[in-house]
Design a protein around this ligand. Structure first.
Ligand code: ADP
Ligand code: ADP
Length: 228
């Protein structure tokens, strides 16, 4: 079942300094099915982040439309959780409060909130670290907090923009295994931006290969791998 439809999307930016225009995306069409793990792969500047931002609703197409779960994207929404390269945690709040951050804005009973926060802290493997502060945790653990925070709102899709780009190789590999497990357990749909071929093959059920000038999807490859 299709969850995301990108329909003939172009995004043209004005480059005011050079008094010219940049076609970041050129007539890109793509569908993502429910429970898929799609990697957007391509070199720097090919439009990966631009495409992810269109799906997130952080930015709007110059032409074309993006549809998520039957609704045209017109801005950010709780149906789309986002994880960036830097998790942007509140350093003065402990792990559980960082995870609970978005829930505070909703009317939810304390006990329910607590149970939900605890469930996602455990899902990302941070049981026992609830009362630690971000500065006391490694980069990989902070990224897990960011993932738990995104999952907590039970979004239809999780959008990730090079979330492990700042991690060392070993931590990155550990996080790959974790993310595949979390993706399965949470039954979510993921769109994951990367410039790493290895990373996209380790994670994706599908890889969309992009190329620059103008930004296009060259190929959409289904990955048929038996994962442990
Ligand atoms: P990637 O994520 O693949 O590295 P981006 O989506 O960030 O690529 O950028 C695609 C192209 O669009 C690049 O040439 C970039 O310089 C340009 N671009 C992105 N955002 C803007 C912006 N806000 N203003 C002008 N140009 C932009
Ligand atoms: P209060 O709002 O009265 O401080 P809370 O139940 O919000 O009560 O928090 C009390 C303490 O319990 C917090 O300081 C924190 O250490 C711990 N705590 C609360 N919620 C969680 C949670 N989901 N996971 C782990 N520890 C929690």
């Amino acid at each position: 079942m299709t969850l995301i439809t990108v329909d003939k999307v172009s995004r043209i930016y004005d480059d005011r300094q050079r008094k010219t225009q940049v076609t970041a995306l050129d007539n890109v069409s793509l569908t993502v099915g429910r429970n898929e793990f799609l990697c957007l792969l391509g070199p720097s500047g090919c439009g990966k982040s631009t495409l992810l931002n269109m799906i997130a609703g952080f930015d709007m197409p110059t032409q074309g439309t993006v549809n998520v779960g039957g609704q045209v994207v017109q801005g950010p929404g709780a149906d789309r959780g986002v994880v960036f390269q830097q998790p942007n945690l509140m350093p003065w709040l402990p792990v559980w409060e960082n995870v609970a951050f978005h829930l505070k804005m909703q009317n939810m009973g304390k006990a329910l909130r607590r149970e939900r926060v605890q469930r996602f802290i455990e899902m990302v493997g941070l049981k026992g670290f609830e009362n630690h502060f971000p500065s006391e945790l490694s980069g990989g653990m902070n990224q897990r907090v960011g993932i738990a925070r995104a999952l907590l709102m039970n979004p239809e899709v999780i959008l990730m923009d090079e979330p492990f780009g700042a991690l060392d190789e070993q931590t990155k590999m550990d996080m790959h295994a974790e993310l595949v497990r979390i993706w399965r357990e949470s039954k979510s749909t993921i769109v994951f931006v990367t410039h790493g071929i290895d990373e996209s093959l380790a994670l994706g059920t599908h890889v969309a290969v992009m190329s620059a000038r103008p930004g296009r999807i060259r190929e959409l490859i289904p990955i048929e791998l038996d994962r442990p």
